[in-house]
Write a protein that binds this ligand. Sequence first.
Ligand code: ZN
Length: 508
Amino acid sequence: MSTASPARDALVEQLRELHCLGTIEGLLSWDEQVNLPPAGADLRARQLAAIAEVVHEAATSPAMGQALEQAEAEAAKTDAVDRQTRTLLHHTRRSFDQATKLPAEFIKRRAIAQSNAYHAWKSAREGDDFASYAPHLERLLDLAREQANLCGYDEARAYDFWLDQYDPGNDTAFVERVFGALKAELVPLAETIVAASRESGADASVFRAFPIDGQERFLRSVIEALGFDFKRGRLDRSVHPFCGGSPPDVRMTTRFDPDNPLEALFSSIHETGHGLYEQGLPLEHLGTPLCEAAGMSVHESQSRLWENQVCRSRAFWQHWEPRLRKAFPMQLAGVSSEALYRAINAVSLSPIRVDADEVTYNLHVLLRFEIEKQLFDGRLHPRDLPEAWNALSQEILLGLVPPSDAQGCLQDIHWSFSGFGYFPSYTLGNLLAAQLWNAALEQLPGLEDGFARGEYERLLEWLRVHIHRHGKQYDLREYAENVTGQTLAPDALLRYLRERYLSLFQPD
Ligand code: ZN
C-alpha cells in the first residue's frame, strides 16, 4: 500500500480497534482452557458473552460501515488499485456484510441452540446415545441453512457458503473433484500401508514412563530449533492442544502422556507449524486482513508440513535421536534406532480421527465430507446419521465399522458448534503441504542435509517469502498455483505417502 490514502488509513484505524477487542476475547478463551479454576466457569461464560457483544457491535458499527464505504469510494477514483488495498477492501467488505446480515435475534437463537447442542452432544457421547442428540443436530443444520440464506446463498448452495467460511473461494464442486480423485487411490494405498506397517511390527507401545518435565524440556528445544520465537509466544498445557493468540502473542498448548512421548512432541510440533505461520504474518498490517492467515486449509498446510514431512523424516531424526536418547537413556535403552523410527511413522487403522496417522487421517475426512454433503443436499436426515456413518466407514475406512456411535458419528465436537464445512480443510491442507514440500525440495537443494544438522531456517524463510508474509492476498488455490506451479490436486500427497511408507515398511 504505497500511495497515501486518508480514507483507507481511517478504515485501518477502525480495524485495529476491532482487532484489539477480538484479542481480548481470545485471551479470555485461552485463559479458560489453560488457567481457569472450576468455580470461575460461570463468571467466565458471562465475561465471554459480554466481550462477544462488544466485538460484534464494533464489527457492525455505523462508523465501521462508513469508513469502509469511504475507503471503497476513494479506491474507485484511483486508476490502479494495488493488490494490498484490494485485499483489504474485499475481505473487510466480506466480513462486514456477513456480520451485518445476521439479525441480533438470529445470533441469539443460534447461540442458545449451540450451547444446548454442545451439552447434548457431550452427554450423548458419554452415554453412547445418538437419539438424544439428533434433534439438536437437526436444529443446527436448519440454522446453518438459514445463516447461508441470510448471507445470500440459496438452499442449493448452503454447503458452498460453509466451505467458503473456512477457505475463502472454496466450493463443493472443487472439493468433490479433488476428493474423488484422492479417494480412488488412497483407499487401496492405505490398505497396503496399514498391512505393511502391521507386518513390520511398527508400534508406539515400546514407550514407558517418560517423565513429563523431561518431555517438556525436550519438545521446547525442538520447537525453538524449528524457529518458534518465545518472545512472541508461549506454550502451555490444556486438555485439548490448540494454537491461538495473535501474531505478536501466539498461544500454543499441548498435553502429556507419560507412556507416549510422541503424542506431546508431535502435537506440539503441529501447533508450532500454526504458530510459525502466525509469527510470519506481516506485523506492520496487524489488525487487517493483510496480517491474517489465508484460511484454514493454508493454516493446516503449515502445521502438517512441519509435523509430517519435516519432523517424521529420517534426516530430522539423525539430529534429534541422540538428543532424545540422552534425555531418556533408560527408557530408550531397549529400543533400536529402526524401532524408534518405525514407531514415529507407525500406520494403523483407528475409528477415531484424532488418533489417526497421516496415511489414514484423510480417509476420516473423506467420510465426513460425504456426510456433510448429504446432510446439506437433503439425501441424509440427521436422525439417520449412525447408519450412514457406518455404511461409509465400511466403504472408506477399509471396512472398519466403529464399535459404538460414541466412537463413530459422535466422536467430533465440530458439528455441535455449527462447524459444518470445517473438516475438508484438514485434507486440503495435507494436499497443499505435500505440494509445498515438493517445491521446497526442488528449490532448496540439500534441504534435508540441513535437517540432519538441526537447521530449519532455509525452509522457514522460504515459507515466509512464499506464504506467510502475504496474509489474505491469495487464496488456497492461488497459493498452490503460485508457489508450486501446480493446481491443487492429490498427486503430490499420494506420491509422498507411497515413497515414504512403502520404502519404510516394504524395503525391497
Ligand atoms: Zn491444525
